[in-house]
Design a protein. Structure first.
Length: 224
């Protein structure tokens, strides 16, 4: 039993490391070749996990072979558009100028119900409001609404000096200063400590402290 547990943990670590090596994109929406690799890795890892009589290397070697092959194909795909097209395919325009392309739907074996379902998932319930829809190589539907159906933007309203949205800086997380975020904010630890002192707080009292793009400091203390 102990041997089985150890083998399982080793294979688990191997699969995790493999996915990390493949990169963050593979964790999200996968291309067809990446999905195949992920399925094969899980299948190859499960065989020596269940059969104790098989050498552990019989699962590790094929897994790393697939990882190396996928990395090589990814690098080659960056340099060759033809190879990238063969492996991942190309996006398909299924709605153009508000007109549904029936031939493209048939070629993709994508029926009208599938299209309407994807539109609803993306928050578009009226197909007549869609200007362009593109089926990406990872199966996601990218949508451009018609002008009357688009959300109003700052440019449309012609607002000058509009506030700029951006990623707030998490200065303190669970009572610990986040040095990288403090540096990104343009301040230093002394400034953070001074701001806490002004509010009568110690570092250990703070659960979250973030600085927004407009300079607003938000502080939440630990619940007691």
């Amino acid at each position: 039993m102990l041997v089985l547990v150890i083998r399982t943990l080793i294979l688990y670590l191997i699969v995790v490391i493999s996915m990390r090596i493949m990169g963050k994109r593979q964790i999200g929406e996968m291309q067809p070749s990446e999905l195949v690799v992920a399925i094969m890795i899980s299948d190859l890892a499960s065989v020596p996990m269940q059969a104790i009589d098989l050498p552990l290397l019989s699962g590790i070697v094929p897994v790393f072979t697939l990882i190396v092959a996928e990395i090589i194909m990814s690098v080659l795909g960056l340099k060759s558009r033809l190879l990238r097209k063969l492996i991942s395919g190309e996006p398909s325009v299924i709605i153009s100028n508000g007109h549904v392309n029936e031939k493209e739907l048939a070629r993709l074996r994508f029926n009208l119900n599938d299209l309407l379902e994807q539109l609803r998932i993306s928050g578009n319930f009226d197909i007549t409001e869609i200007e362009t829809a593109i089926l990406e190589t990872n199966g996601q539907l990218s949508i451009v609404p018609k002008t009357p159906a688009r959300s109003v933007t700052v440019r449309d309203l012609k607002i000058k000096n509009a506030a700029t949205d951006g990623l707030p800086c998490m200065l303190i997380s669970d009572g610990k200063p986040v040095e990288q975020e403090i540096k990104r904010s343009g301040h230093d630890k002394e400034w953070v400590f001074d701001e806490l002192k002004k509010r009568g707080l110690d570092l250990k009292d703070v659960f979250i402290a973030s600085l927004s793009c407009d300079g607003t400091l938000y502080i939440q203390t630990h619940e007691r």
